[in-house]
Design a protein. Structure first.
Length: 93
């Protein structure tokens, strides 16, 4: 289910202070990186990743590919930083 603009705005505010938990390099998305991202999303729901390779289009493609593989949603991509969200139904607030 896609997020509304208001929900995305709130998530952007929450992500502002976050530090990147995963760094993607020139090697791109490997199974190990996807596993680490999956684990981070399961634990935190909202994460920031740093994509240190390629041009803007390449970084966006990597972020979208990761989101597609993890059934997550790309909240924003600014420069080398991407914010990704995936709701964890088991997590209690």
């Amino acid at each position: 289910m896609p997020l509304s603009p208001q929900q995305k705005k709130k998530l952007k505010q929450q992500a502002h202070h976050l530090k990147p938990v995963v760094w993607l390099g020139a090697a791109g998305l490997s199974e190990a990186v996807l596993a680490e991202l999956d684990q981070a999303l399961e634990h935190h729901e909202l994460i920031k990743i740093k994509i240190g390779a390629g041009e803007r289009d390449e970084r966006q493609a990597m972020a979208l590919s990761a989101c597609e593989s993890l059934q997550a949603e790309l909240i924003q991509l600014i420069g080398n930083n991407a914010v990704i969200y995936r709701k964890n139904p088991d997590k209690t607030k």
